[in-house]
Write a protein that binds this ligand. Structure first.
Ligand code: C2E
Ligand code: MG
Ligand code: MG
Length: 731
């Protein structure tokens, strides 16, 4: 490993200093030792010796005590403080034993008495050299060990994982620093204590033979998931109110551990204890949980999503089949949610969905699954119901819970719900069929006046008006050319001439016959099909306008209904212009009908786009006027030409006020009068919608309307009949 010296070092060189004033002896000793050591320096006096010792280190020094300038002891004193590793061999002519003792005290390694045999000198130097080398090796080894231990300690301590050892009785003998950050225990609080100190009560069984693992090799513990105790923070009371969550009190960890043995004779030696690594995987667990949650839940309401619902339904079906039980699938669709979204904005719409989700949850039992499967649609699974009445009771409960208004950002909102119910096994035995049939039943609940529930029945099966079915069929309808435009004339009240034609789309369904737009436009808007359908309508309408013009029939304005979704498209104005210009020079003779709600969504954006249309000659009318949430103020800002009073106001104009002696009923007369007066003030044309009787016509005429549409004159008719009507006007 880097940083840890590992290679075998070359043996240390042995440098010898000989201090001797007798030149002949000096020379002969030098020659004598030349082969024994690596280098020999010589000095004839203490001064010379000290100056050499100041410049280099020696392994050995052969020192004559009696020197001309001072005693050899001075050299030894110097060595003791400055070169303690250097081994001194003293040569002395002093025969007294005290002299020898003195020298050894001074730190001499060996003592030779002069005169001495050459072999004696060689032997002493050799011994000293070996001793020197051994000591150096030992010192180096010790240093290496210290270094290596330091490194290991460092590696162990910087590890984010907890590393521990236990003794054979399961008491901690070592823990690295991570124990404090992972479980909050200071090391000292655990060392010497049983491993169970960090195991929460419920987890003891799991931890046994794991933390104190005895096995080794492949059978030892590897990546074993476990919960460990976190040390409660000091100073924090752990009464019920302040007790932390389970997650705070415990850590989820992954453990790898093995037994440690003293090398033994027959494979296994004495068991020393366990060694283990504990990794905190809480973060990873949380991330995994979030990802799983997101994959199976609707993030707005936190409810299970379609995928999870189907999964639960699948399981419930298996259970029900096994135990011969009954279950119910409910398809819930909010009534008029689109209106809230369109007029009050998405934020309010979202908040409403959340609030509805919460209120629905309250109506359920444990084990029921409520899911939001998209837009304003919810699905509910009631496993194990005893009878159909059970399901009906829950549906009733939901409807009555929704009777209380929701208060969202200062708005008081009422929510209706249409509910379809399909029962396993009567109405279907698999997920798809149950969902489809609940959907169909829901659709019939909507047809039945909304805000009620309906069970699926085999009669409904044939009508097949389910939402999902419809959505699919609508996609094919475009390709198969099943859409058709009908036209309803707009008649001038004074001249009684047809002034315009409103294009109203119809769907010639292969099995259901003529489907009216109220039944499919809202769905087309939700599933995005409104764009291609709208394009088709515009194209067909412009084509018809062109043909009437070419046939030299009386000029009429052709009105086209637009959905807010179409106008929302960023390039709406440009695309509209391009399509119109395929048939004519500009937009003259074309009128668009938009509702007040369209303008409320993105007023500034819508105004800009509508201006562009107006600039190319397109007229603009406000459809269903009086039913939206808007104020009249915006009308001034818009390039509007006409307003169409909704037929709800026209309907009860019939009863002549105060007729038959009854007290005068205000009715909608004043409203129509007010709208008309206001429109006149703004220089706008006024059209009455849905005029069915002569009486209504008289009233709107008296109230100042300019034109009307309605069954009184004609229903919407196909292109051929509309053409004949126009033709009749000239002949
Ligand atoms: P709208 O634009 O208000 O159209 C008038 C609706 O009232 C038409 O219904 C028409 O047939 C009906 N109506 C006309 N006179 C009378 C009457 O005297 N009495 C009664 N009770 N009803 C009458 P329709 O054709 O079913 O269209 C319904 C709505 O669908 C339209 O209301 C319009 O908002 C929408 N729509 C129709 N065609 C299109 C289209 O091409 N695109 C878009 N986005 N919406 C369309
Ligand atoms: Mg209209
Ligand atoms: Mg209308």
């Amino acid at each position: 490993m880097n940083g840890i010296p590992d290679s075998q070092p070359t043996p240390d060189p042995i440098d010898l200093l000989i201090v001797e004033d007798e030149a002949r002896f000096l020379e002969s000793t030098r020659l004598l030792l030349a082969g024994t050591v690596d280098r020999i320096d010589v000095a004839g006096s203490v001064t010379e010796a000290l100056s050499l010792l100041a410049t280099r280190e020696y392994a050995l020094a052969l020192i004559d005590l009696r020197l001309p300038d001072a005693s050899g002891h001075e050299i030894m004193a110097f060595l003791r403080t400055h070169q303690p590793d250097c081994r001194a061999i003293v040569l002395s002519g002093d025969p007294r034993i005290e002299a020898a003792i003195q020298s050894l005290r001074m730190g001499a390694h060996d003592y030779l008495r002069k005169p001495c045999e050459p072999e004696e000198i060689v032997k002493a130097v050799r011994n000293a050299a070996r001793g020197y080398r051994l000591e150096r090796d030992h010192a180096r080894m010790t240093q290496r060990l210290e270094q290596s231990e330091h490194w290991h300690r460092l590696l162990v301590n910087i590890s984010p994982d907890v590393i521990y050892t236990l003794d054979a009785e399961g008491r901690f003998t070592f823990l690295n620093d991570s124990i404090a950050s992972t479980l909050g225990f200071p090391r000292d609080e655990l060392v010497g204590h049983d491993y169970l100190t960090i195991v929460p009560p419920g987890e003891a069984e799991n931890a046994r033979h794991r933390l104190n693992e005895r096995r080794t090799g492949a059978r030892a513990t590897r990546n074993f998931e476990l919960r460990l105790k976190r040390r409660p923070a000091t100073g924090v009371k752990t009464d019920a109110a302040s007790a932390g969550t389970a997650e705070e009190a415990q850590a989820v960890v992954e453990l790898s551990s093995l037994g440690m043995y003293r090398p033994g004779v027959q494979g296994k030696g004495e068991f020393l204890g366990s060694y283990g690594i504990i990794r905190d995987i809480g973060e990873r667990k949380r991330a995994e949980a979030t990802i799983t949650f997101q994959a199976y839940h609707d993030l707005l309401t936190g409810l299970p999503n379609r995928a999870l619902f189907k999964d639960r339904l699948g399981q419930a079906i298996v259970q029900a089949k096994r135990h011969g039980q009954t279950l119910a699938t409910l398809f819930l669709d909010m009534d008029r949610f689109k209106m809230v979204n369109d007029t009050l904005g998405h934020l309010v719409g979202d908040a409403l969905l959340q609030a509805v989700g919460q209120r629905l949850r309250v109506c359920l039992r444990e084990g029921d699954t409520l899911s939001r499967i998209g837009g304003d649609e919810f699905m509910l699974l009631l496993p194990q119901i005893r009878s159909r009445e059970n399901a009906a009771a829950i549906a009733d409960k939901i409807l009555s819970a929704l009777r209380q208004p929701f208060h969202i950002e200062g708005n008081e909102l009422y929510v209706g719900m249409s509910i379809g119910i399909a029962i396993y096994p009567d109405d279907g035995e698999d997920i798809e069929t149950l969902v489809k049939h609940a959907d169909i039943a829901m659709y019939h609940a909507k047809d039945n006046g909304r805000n009620n529930y309906r069970f699926f029945s085999s009669e409904l099966r044939n009508s097949l008006t389910g939402r999902l079915v419809l959505e699919n069929e609508m996609r094919h309808a475009l390709d198969n050319g099943e859409f058709e435009l009908y036209y309803q004339p707009r008649v001038d009240i004074d001249s009684r001439h047809i002034r315009g034609m409103e294009a109203l789309v119809r769907w010639n369904h292969p099995t259901r016959g003529l489907v009216t737009p109220d039944d499919f436009i809202p769905i087309a808007e939700e599933c995005g099909l409104i764009a291609p359908i709208g394009d088709w309508v515009l194209d067909a309408a412009c084509g018809q306008a062109r043909r009437w013009r070419d046939a030299a029939l009386p000029p009429v304005t052709l009105s086209i209904n637009l959905s807010p979704r179409q106008i929302e498209h960023p390039r709406f104005a440009e695309r509209f212009g391009e399509q119109v210009r395929q048939y004519m020079d500009d937009g003259h003779g074309i009128e668009i009908e938009i509702t007040e709600n369209t303008l409320m969504r993105d007023t500034e954006g819508a105004i800009g786009k509508l201006r562009k249309l107006a600039d190319m000659g397109v007229e603009i009318s406000i459809d269903d006027f009086g039913t939206g949430y808007s104020s009249l103020a915006y009308l001034k800002k818009l390039p509007v030409n006409t307003i169409k009073i909704d037929r709800a106001f026209i309907r009860d104009l019939d009863q002549p006020a105060g007729s038959g002696g009854e007290p005068a009923k205000a009715g909608s007369g004043p409203i129509v009068a007010g709208i008309t007066a206001m429109a006149k003030g703004l220089d706008l044309g006024v059209v009455a919608e849905g005029v069915e009787t002569r009486g209504q016509l008289d009233r709107i005429s008296a109230l100042g309307c300019d034109a009307y549409q309605g069954f009184l004159y004609s229903r919407a008719v196909d292109a051929e009949q509309a053409t004949r009507m126009l033709d009749r006007q000239i002949h």
